[in-house]
Write a protein that binds this ligand. Sequence first.
Ligand code: ADP
Ligand code: MG
Length: 453
Amino acid sequence: MPTNKIDAKQLRVDLLAQLRRDHTTMCRKWFEDIEVLGISNGAVVILLQEEVQLKYLERCCKKQFVEASQTITGHLLGVQFVDSRESFVSNNKTSFVDRSGDDTYGDMLISPDYSFNNFIVGPGNQLAHAASIAVAKKPGQAYNPLFIHGGVGLGKTHLLQAICQTAMHSNASMKIYYVSCNGFMTQFLESVQAGEMTEFRYKFRAFDMLIIDDIHDLSNREQTQEEFFHTFNTLFQSGKQVVISSDAPPNEIPHIEDRLISRFSCGLVAGIDPPRFETRVAIIKKKAMLREIDMPEDVSNYVAARLDRNIRQLEGAMTKLQGLSLIDGSPIDMAMAKAAISSGSGRNSRAKRLSIQDILDAISVFYDVKLSDLLSKRRNKSITMPRQVGMWLARQHTVFSLEEIGGYFGGRDHTTVMHAIKMINDKKASNQQLDQDLIRLQNQLAGEEEGQE
Ligand code: ADP
Ligand code: MG
């Protein structure tokens, strides 16, 4: 097949079909937006109007696109993503837009999936969502800083990236930067080593909006804290918007300077709580649509009822179902859902089949404390101790990681869980009452475990 006579429309159809076949879980509904302009200089030229989409495909999906292009055409082709029709000239002379100039933003990666449109609002995230919209629309004016906190997988990154996308859309000249705290730290340390602190400061202090994800990673990083403090002040004092996320509210992030805590708290602090059933169902439906997965109503409800801690769990189950349906060559149904969920919640041995929910329920009854208190940030002794016992039991009797356990117990980080386990281990040696309580709780849980399935 002569590559210059290729039918671009057909190539697009074939390419999408090929990707859906070979890289099912990577594909998204918005892939429909791609346009194939043709083949030029040995590459399939693909047009994407949206910068965010273009960058995302370039960074995360290039290999798969190349592979699919080669499979379809039988030629050793590359793939070139472009953002304007003009960059493709059909007489085989291609002048690509030079993107190397804007390397301030070169390292910023935003997922097109994480938009406000794709975010489901429920009681647990209402405030964080409303505040995010306000900030995206009126940077520097609504709330500054905006501090969003919540457990793992509850939508912090999604909201932060949605702010970024919306603000970029409504104001193309605004300098907006989204970065993880670790990304900030790496850039900082590299700049120190390279003796390029002036450039670093110039870069970070020139933004109109700085969005920084997972700020709890600053914990124990004194040098980076110091630098971030100054970055923050410079931006804040000149009315620039700062948005921050964390797995805990400002005053509960361990090992962080007081002056930072007070800066973080001076705007709006909004927490995200785990989603309720209705919200979970709505999220599953939204994700199914984005990923083009056929999820029957009863399956959505089943998954939402079974997995209730965070949304990554839901997504994991959906990916698994998608995979099973591919292997079987049959549509997703209840039987598949039951098989996927009972074997896939991370319980892989007979001895470790308890769920953290079982443990939470047992603790709540045993110590007569409310579930909501166990998951809350409250630190009274009457709650702290049962909570620590819960974490200890979760570590002994489930396969969840410290991080996951922290997530279940109201979005605490792994150091908190580690501390809890140490406390209980230390205390149970000398405290007979505690030792007996633990035995009773474990017997009780063992009974429940036998009763299962
Ligand atoms: P976090 O940063 O808090 O750990 P993420 O923002 O990464 O969590 O969210 C985990 C996944 O759950 C993402 O795929 C995200 O799109 C999805 N998600 C979280 N909250 C919502 C929501 N309210 N509506 C739709 N999807 C959500
Ligand atoms: Mg995140």
